[in-house]
Design a protein around this ligand. Structure first.
Ligand SMILES: O=C(O)CCC(=O)C(=O)O
Ligand SMILES: [Fe+2]
Length: 286
């Protein structure tokens, strides 16, 4: 149940070719405030600009998400993919890649359910209208790496992230006990699996969403391809009933996934005042 190695090699190659094009070409699929899919060269994590450029594409096209993070706003927004003409094989490779990685994502979801003592398909229904997407991350050479980050510290929002990275390195994970940054060594042809916020909440902290960040360097540019496995927008996320009882009460209050996503996406897009929303906002009070 793996993703064919040849497909991974092909998608890495085509991602590099895409970023190697002149800015003029990449801007043709630039994302904007209404459509967050496509090319972007100035993401913000927690309001700090990242040293990278990205290309985002949905697994399901079109995908519906809430139009805003306002809980009273029932309006939905349609997201669609923006495919560049060049490289010409990019679109088909991206579609084949997400098909294959999605299978792996469901397999992992089922294994995690089993590991929690639940039926294998316990979580599958939450992904009926999944809003998953994949991303090419390109981290260019940075002349002053100590002054920048590829991606600032954050936790992934969804259920799982399936991350493919090249051999350059730069991903670091915050150790849970003391927060020390530990480099994640690239292992050839292996995926890195991140637990996201939704899984942490469903499992009532049995699974932990690790904080991570990406450092950059002045020697070699880097490419990574995360697949963000995200539930349907209308799913309300809370600790699973089967996992809580009087001795082990729910550690989180229920929250709506689509609204959480909309609020994170908004604050990722433009610098705005204050911190963006974190899972700790939904911690149940003791
Ligand atoms: O580039 C990486 O290794 C990780 C990127 C990341 O954390 C993200 O896109 O959420
Ligand atoms: Fe991440």
């Amino acid at each position: 149940m793996g993703v064919p190695l040849e497909l991974r090699q092909k998608i890495e190659k085509v991602a590099k070719e895409f970023f190697d094009q002149p800015m003029e070409e990449k801007r043709k699929v630039k994302r904007d405030e209404l459509n967050p899919m496509g090319y972007h060269d100035g993401e913000h994590t927690k309001n700090v600009r990242d040293w990278k450029e990205v290309f985002d594409f949905l697994v399901v096209d079109p995908t519906l998400i809430p139009a805003s993070d306002d809980p009273d706003d029932k309006e939905l927004r349609v997201l669609t993919n923006q495919w560049p003409h060049k490289p010409s094989e990019l679109r088909e490779l991206c579609q084949e890649y997400t098909r294959q990685v999605e299978k792996l994502a469901f397999k992992l979801l089922e294994l995690i359910s089993l590991s929690l003592g639940l039926p294998a398909d316990r979580l599958n229904g939450y992904f009926k209208d999944q809003i998953s997407f994949a991303r090419f991350n390109h981290y260019p050479l940075c002349p002053a790496p100590h002054l920048a980050l590829g991606v600032g510290r954050h936790k992934d929002g969804g259920a799982l992230t399936i991350l493919s990275q090249d051999d350059v390195g730069g991903l670091q994970i915050g150790r849970r006990s003391d927060g020390e940054w530990i480099p994640v060594k690239p292992i050839p042809d292996a995926f890195i699996i991140n637990i996201g916020n939704c899984m942490q909440v469903w499992s009532n902290d049995l699974y932990w969403s690790a904080e991570h960040r990406v450092v950059v360097n002045s020697q070699r540019e880097r490419l990574s391809i995360p697949f963000f496995f995200f539930p349907s927008h209308y799913v309300d996320i809370k600790p699973l009933d089967e996992l809580i009882n009087e001795q082990n009460p729910a550690k989180y209050k229920e929250f709506n996934w689509g609204k959480f996503f909309a609020s994170r996406n908004r604050s990722d897009y433009k610098k705005r005042e204050g911190e963006n929303i974190q899972i700790d906002h939904f911690k149940a009070s003791e």
